[in-house]
Each structure stands twice: as C-alpha cells, then as structure tokens.
Design a protein around this ligand. Structure first.
Ligand code: GDP
Ligand code: MG
Length: 444
C-alpha cells in the first residue's frame, strides 16, 4: 500500500538516520526530497507546501540542532506533520439513533456498492450494530441493484430496494422498513456519475433531506487525479460530508490526491479499502499511516529484535565455538538456519530504511538450497559424526550417509568443503587475533 510514497520517504529519512549529527543544510536537503516525493505521489501542491513549511519551522528550531537524539526528534517532527496532513481525528461510527443511517455517495466506479457491503459486514462482525440493512438506491445502472443484492445474499445481510425508478421513495421507504424490521443500521447505496452533474446533486440532496442520515460518506478512488479534490469540494458543499472512504489503496495507485482531501476540506478519512473482497476494509488511523509511510513503528522494532537475535546471541555462540575449536556440523546448520530466517523476512526487511541493501537475494537463496541438502545429509549422520566431522573422511561412513540421505557424492563433498572452509577461517581468526575472543564477551 502506498508503496510509492513509502519508498521515497524512507530513502530520504535514511539519509538523516545515517548522519552522526544533523545540520540545517541536511534538513533542507531532506525536505526538498520529501517535497518532490509527495508531489510525485500526486499530493496536492497546497498540502505539500503546508507540510514542508511546518516541518521546516519546527526542525530548524535551534533547540534541535546540535542536540542528542536529533534523528528521532526530526523523524518525530516529520511524523507529527504527516499526521496533521492526514487528519488528526477519525470519525467513529456509533449507533446513535435506531436506525442509524449512513448515506454513501461518490462518482461512478469509486467503490460505493462494494464499500456499502463491506461496512455492513464490518459493523456486524464487531458488534457495532446487530442487524444492518443494505439499501440499493442506484436506479440508473441496470445491474446496480442486483450487484448489491448479490453481496447482501452472500453475507446474509438484510437487503431492500423497490423495482420502481424513484430513488427518493426507495430511500424514504427503507427507513420505515428498517423500523418495522428492527434494523439498527441502514446503509444507503446511491447512484454515481462519471462527473458531477446538477441532476444527481439535486437527487442526493433530496435523499438526504428525507432520510436525515447520521453520516454521509464520500467514497473516493485512490487512483483519482487532482480533479477529485474539486469533486469532493462540491459534494461537501452540497451534502456536508462526515468523512471519506478511500478505496483501492491495495492497488499501485499513488493515492496522494485522495489523501489531500482531508487537509483541504477538513473532512476526515474514516475507512480505507484495501481489496476487492468484502473483508478488505480497515479503519483509518492517521498516526499508523504516517508511521507506515516513514517506516517507523512496529515493523521496525520487530526487525531490530530479529536482527539482534540473529547477530548477537546465536552468532556469538557459534563464533565462540568456532574460536575454541568446538565448532561442529550442528553449528554449521544453525548458522545456515539464521541466514534462512533472514530470507523469510526478506520482504519485511526491505521496507526498512537501510536494510534493503543488506538483504542479498543470491546469498539467501544459496543458504536456503544448502540448508535443505545439508539437512538430509546431516540427518543420516550419527551423533558422533556430527560432533566430530573428521570421521566423515572414512569411505564406508560416507557411503552409508549417501545411501541414507539419497544425496549425491558431490553434495556430500560440498558440505565437507563448506565446513572445513569455515573452520579454517575461524582458526585463522583465533590465531591471529585473540583479542576478538575476549571482545566477544561470551558467557558459555
Ligand atoms: N482492489 C480493490 N478494488 C475495489 C475496492 N473497492 C472497490 N473495488 C472495485 O472497484 C470496482 C467498482 O466498485 P463498485 O462498488 O461497483 O463502485 P460504485 O460504482 O461506486 O458502486 C469493482 O470492480 C470493485 O470490485 C478496493 O478497496 N480495492
Ligand atoms: Mg454502485
């Protein structure tokens, strides 16, 4: 999601993180890059200007320059300002009336119908409502009503429409039906157009006047260009929006224009659509989104922990065994397993500033391949052989292991060579630099 902004932002942030101390010039340089990244992600110019101005003011504050933990402070300023742009508040939906009414509006194809069904599923699943009613009120497109009916059936959610082409009557009747039927939430899916037109707006205003919705949500496609801002402005002027829902954030859309609406119109993003399936809906959290974009947060601590374990604990132990001549085949497997572990986390690691270049695909693939082959071979060895690899020189032992593991003599030799090479390297280190041993600070 939002891959594009993410990559660019993280690259810029990385520069700050690499520096021992940050001066004014560094901040200005990163700010220039971030500005470009945001503009290329199609974030509205006015929004970008506000963002850079705020960050600049705060980051250039003499309080920061020359102080400890500058990186964190600067990163926090970027994050706070990003949160400001994405909207500090979210709009929480609660059942405040029976029934509570949500009106879905937006251009054609933005995802209204899908999102209406997603919302019903979401609220019901979390117990926010008990018995939602989906109302098909798009009377213009021939299959629009059937589309919602299908989704409602599929999810066993109540559904209402009328065959006559009177959108205002359908909306009005739906509220009465909901009262009779004890539906505590009514979600009205209205018609869209390719662009705004007055007839549509008049109809929507009438629907709003007769149904008095508790929430009017504008559904916006993340792939929209800058024109979506004017569209949203018109919807907001005519209908008074309570929130937007940005759909298709799972696509490679840059999303910047849709994300700019919040700041420009002061309308919060409530949910985001992240998939075609009905479970592809998430509550929008501005701070989490900002952290994700900047590459901060949970993932970072997870990686830090993993890297720590891989590098420090296990490697120290293996390193110690190597240095003291106790390194055996079990340790070889352990070190391969560590590299393999990194491979599994490759995709996460790549999201982190500074980590992408540390993950070497070829090395990981090689380790994965060897790990598999060596596992077969080592499993066919006796405990004594594993502890004392010299025994592998014995031809009858070799034949027994080959037969048992089903691996080739070439693979067997590769394992022995690998092991000897590592053991030799370690002996050299041990002889040439005994300080390292002390430096490892090992308690065994
Ligand atoms: N990938 C993806 N597709 C979506 C999402 N939301 C809606 N769509 C798709 O967008 C298309 C238009 O959706 P629809 O609900 O019919 O839009 P409407 O014309 O506004 O009612 C459909 O093919 C949906 O499956 C989303 O969050 N992610
Ligand atoms: Mg529709």
């Amino acid at each position: 999601m939002l891959d594009f902004i993410q990559k660019r932002m993280q690259k810029s942030m990385q520069k700050i993180n690499k520096k021992m101390s940050i001066n004014e010039e560094d901040i200005l340089e990163v700010l220039r890059e971030v500005k470009l990244a945001l503009l290329e992600a199609d974030v509205n110019l006015e929004v970008v200007k506000t963002f850079t101005k705020q960050v600049k003011e705060k980051a250039l504050d003499s309080q920061i320059i020359g102080k400890l933990n500058q990186q964190q402070t600067v990163l926090k300023i970027f994050k706070d300002e990003l949160v400001n742009i994405l909207g500090k508040k979210t709009c929480e939906v609660t059942i405040k009336n029976t029934p509570t009414k949500i009106m879905m509006v937006g251009l054609q194809g933005s995802g209204k119908t899908t999102t209406a069904a997603k919302l019903a599923v979401y609220f019901k699943k979390r117990g926010i409502c008990k018995n939602p009613l989906l109302v098909a009120d798009d009377i213009y497109r021939p299959a629009a009503r059937e589309q919602l009916e299908q989704l409602a059936k599929q999810t066993q959610i109540d559904y209402f429409t009328e065959p006559e082409n009177d959108a205002i009557k359908i909306a009005k009747d739906s509220v009465a039906i909901a009262q009779d039927n004890k539906n505590d939430l009514v979600i009205i899916d209205t018609a869209g157009r390719l662009a705004i037109d007055e007839n549509l707006m008049t109809e929507l205003k009438e629907i709003k006047r007769f149904t008095r919705p508790d929430y009017v949500f504008l559904v916006v496609d993340a792939m929209s260009g800058q024109d979506v801002i004017n569209t949203a402005r018109k919807f907001h002027e005519d209908l008074g929006l309570d929130g937007t829902i940005i759909t298709k954030l799972d696509s490679d859309a840059r999303g910047g224009a849709a994300l700019s609406i919040t700041h420009l119109l002061n309308v919060p993003i409530t949910f985001i659509g992240v998939g075609e399936k009905l479970t592809g809906l998430e509550v929008f959290h501005p701070d989490r989104m900002a952290e994700r974009i900047l590459g901060m947060g949970d993932v970072l601590s997870l990686i830090e922990k993993a890297a720590e374990e891989v590098d420090e604990k296990m490697m120290k132990k293996i390193g110690y065994k190597m240095l003291s001549g106790k390194f055996d085949l079990n340790d070889l497997m352990n070190s391969l397993a560590q590299i393999k572990k990194l491979g599994k986390m490759k995709s996460i690691l790549k999201m982190i500033p500074g980590m992408a270049d540390k993950v070497n695909d070829e090395k990981i693939e090689e380790a994965e391949r060897k790990f598999e082959i060596y596992t077969y071979l080592i499993n066919s060895m006796t405990a004594l052989e594993k502890k004392n690899p010299k025994l592998l020189k014995n031809a009858s032992r070799k034949q027994r292991i080959l037969a048992g593991s089903g691996r080739s003599a070439r693979e067997f030799n590769m394992l022995v060579t690998d092991f000897e090479r590592m053991a030799k390297q370690m002996r050299e280190v041990a002889n040439g630099n005994l300080k390292l041993k002390n430096g490892l600070n090992i308690e065994d």
